[in-house]
Design a protein around this ligand. Sequence first.
Ligand code: FAD
Length: 261
Amino acid sequence: MKVKILNEAGYAQAMLGLSLSYNQPIENMPAVACKLIPKGGSHIKFLESIAVWLDITAARYWWQQFDTYRVGVTKQSGSTMHTLMKRELDFDDFETMTAHVLTAINWHIRNSDPLLVKAILPEGFLQRRIVCTNYGTLRRVLIQRHHHKLHEWTTFRQAILAQVEHPEFFGRERMLREKLAALIHDMWSGWIDHVASKSTFNFDGSMTIPAGFVVRRERQMRGSYDDLSEEEKDSDRREADKVLALLKEHFAASGRMEEGK
Ligand SMILES: Cc1cc2nc3c(=O)[nH]c(=O)nc-3n(C[C@H](O)[C@H](O)[C@H](O)COP(=O)(O)OP(=O)(O)OC[C@H]3O[C@@H](n4cnc5c(N)ncnc54)[C@H](O)[C@@H]3O)c2cc1C
């Protein structure tokens, strides 16, 4: 599944509209908007003014569930009627596929029988659609499909939270989770990079880590943080500072964490 936000528009207009309700300067509105988010319902009508265009390629079984959202969403899809018979299909055209079903579909394509191809086309067939919706609808979808059995909903949620320009309107905790996950990923890839920089690469694609490096890391791994030298602790402290900076930024907005505490 692929989910890409193509464009967003209307944030400034949504804030202007909100300022009319509150008769306050527009500069105050982002903070007011964040306070309104937990209230939900008609308090967050302003989210409907922020339009979002998405480019989604997903299995038709996922589209069936997405199609239950009728309000504030419109789509333009690839037409199976116009495109299905143009070429033989491949494993890449499906979320999952077996060889014998693919053979049967392609046999009907070669025999130019579009109705039979459509009749036996599995729900795993990937279809691309351009979706036009808004923050209000997206927020409802994300809440309703949290912890859903279909893994595509997790992919969808993560893609939306990672790409929207204003994740604060989707819940501050979720936004913080995404930021922490990205930071942990950076730490992990930084560490792998460091190991690779100390190692040599062999012709068969494997990597040899020097014995001295392995011994040092073994000692660090087996011992606790308290057993490390001050220099080694500093390295971990620098990583901790990155987490702390994210947490400070997060809690500063809600006034729950003060400088120095
Ligand atoms: C886990 C899960 C399982 C589900 N299983 C099923 C199932 O087995 N069968 C099934 O049929 N559906 C199922 N649904 C779909 C569900 O019933 C909704 O149709 C879908 O989630 C769309 O939600 P919605 O109604 O909020 O959104 P929309 O249809 O986009 O509507 C948005 C909002 O507009 C308002 N609205 C929409 N239509 C009307 C109306 N006619 N009158 C008054 N107000 C309206 C409501 O406030 C609604 O919340 C499931 C949903 C989930 C999350």
